[in-house]
Design a protein around this ligand. Sequence first.
Ligand SMILES: [Zn+2]
Length: 99
Amino acid sequence: MCHAEVNAVLNKNSSNVKDCTIYVALFPCNQCAKVIIQSGIKTVIYMSDKYAYKVETIAAKRMFDAAGVMYRCLFFEIAASIYYCDSKDLTTYFFLILF
Ligand SMILES: [Zn+2]
């Protein structure tokens, strides 16, 4: 079985992904974190961290921290970019995103 992040790195359509950002649905597991770190990816943007309590996820975060790979939730990313555009509509956008 090949995890999605490993598959994405192995089948990238550029010569390398050094300093790139990877967008994932679920927070990567420790096996994928290993490949992400080795590939030189510097940022992980995830949509859901629903398995945050699992040892695989906790290990992945420790590995990212040790390797200097940043990770952020997509919703914060969207909210931050909206904030820079028009901060007064932030509540409305949050509503649209979550529902
Ligand atoms: Zn994985």
